[in-house]
Design a protein around this ligand. Structure first.
Ligand SMILES: Cc1cc2nc3c(=O)[nH]c(=O)nc-3n(C[C@H](O)[C@H](O)[C@H](O)COP(=O)(O)O)c2cc1C
Length: 352
């Protein structure tokens, strides 16, 4: 699980605590559940990991040392913290000492290569008490259009150069169920993780694939019933229909991102892809999430994103005011998913 915007240090150095806007539904079937955090200071990580609202619901904490965006590189968080291994090793040590869960680290390859990556991973294990590392076999500049191929040879090197007691998970370009076993065996890692592959086809975790149209239809109904945010639903539908052949896909995706109601998605799926989805009734008094007024005029997805982020900021301010006046906040507004988009935005390669 990933809690956006948590741990921003406010004026006076106070660490933000989850407000009611960060309400999560926990499902006992969703275990093990790992909380992932991005940062370079131990206090917010420790205070979040030990928050009462997570107690009994999570099984581990993972430090995100893989986010390659410019803000992360500049602020020495995500993949940026790999440039300051001492800071990372100290952060991990302090966190591991103070949280009641096993700590793991998800990292990209260090820019000096797999040997340096392995040295950092080893120190994290032997000095900081980190139990597992996930190695994404790409460098920080490999993103967006420059994503390139994952370097599984580099992952293999990291596995070979680190102690066997460190659990190493390989990550990158896993596109099918068969890939899991193939990459695991070839590289010698303990386990394998999938990103894009699972977004395109969530059934890759099982040997016998399920018809993707049925998955889309089931997903839609379940997500609506559980009142997932509109943006979440739209993005997952967008990923899943990407792996399905159909006419004029870019026009369909552009239209999808201009939508503001679930009914519009339902119609598009039916008319363009012959996928029939049901819209379950949402309990009375709990309105379905739709974009704020005005968003319908914005067709450009980037502008829409900026608009929604601005709206959400205003909404948060309003909620804060309401909280102070002891009234219930409106928790139905979608949270901006900036963190999700940032993973997909290409930025420039380093000059050196
Ligand atoms: C939409 C999207 C969101 C992601 N969010 C995160 C994240 O929050 N934390 C993280 O460690 N990695 C995140 N990743 C990276 C993936 O976990 C993974 O490392 C990367 O996509 C490489 O694996 P793949 O080639 O199988 O996609 C994200 C990837 C995508 C596509």
């Amino acid at each position: 699980m990933n809690i956006p915007n948590y741990g921003r240090v406010g004026r006076g150095g106070k660490v933000g605590v989850p407000s009611e806007s960060y309400r999560y539904e926990f499902d006992p079937a969703d275990r093990p559940l790992i909380l992932q955090v991005l940062g370079n200071k131990p206090e917010p990580v420790i205070s979040l990991a030990t928050s009462p609202f997570l107690e009994g619901h999570i099984d581990g904490v993972d430090l995100n040392c893989g986010c390659p965006q410019q803000f992360a590189m500049d602020k020495r968080v995500g993949a940026g913290i790999l440039r300051d291994p001492e800071l990372l090793i100290d952060l991990a040590r302090q966190c591991a000492c103070s949280i009641p869960y096993p700590l793991s680290v998800k990292m990209r390859l260090h820019e000096e290569g797999p040997q340096t990556t392995a040295r950092i991973a080893e120190k994290l294990h032997t000095h900081s008490g980190v139990k597992a590392v996930t190695v994404h076999g790409r460098y920080w500049w490999q993103k967006g259009v420059n994503r390139g191929q994952c370097d599984w040879k580099a992952i293999e090197t990291v596995r070979k150069l680190t102690p066997a007691s460190l659990f190493v998970i390989g990550n990158g370009d896993v596109a099918s169920y068969a890939d899991f076993e193939r990459y695991r065996v070839e590289s010698g890692v303990d386990s394998v993780m999938a990103g894009y592959g699972a977004l395109l086809d969530p059934t890759i975790f099982q040997e016998n694939s399920i018809n993707l149209d049925q998955v889309i239809s089931d997903y839609f109904e379940i997500a609506v019933r559980h009142k997932n945010s509109f943006m979440h639903i739209l993005r997952h539908v967008h990923w899943m229909i990407k792996s399905r052949p159909y006419q004029d896909s870019s026009a369909v995706h552009a239209r999808l991102f201009s939508y503001k109601t679930l009914e519009q998605i339902q119609t598009l799926l039916r008319d363009e892809l012959d996928i029939h989805v049901r819209l379950p009734c949402v309990p009375q008094g709990e309105s379905r999430i739709i974009y704020p007024k005005g968003a319908s005029d914005i067709v450009d997805p980037k502008k829409l994103k900026l608009y929604l982020a601005k709206e959400a900021k205003l909404e948060r301010k309003k909620k804060k005011k309401k909280l102070h006046s002891n009234r219930l906040p409106n928790c139905e507004q979608p949270e901006p998913l900036d963190w999700l988009d940032e993973w997909m935005t290409p930025i420039e390669k380093p000059n050196d």
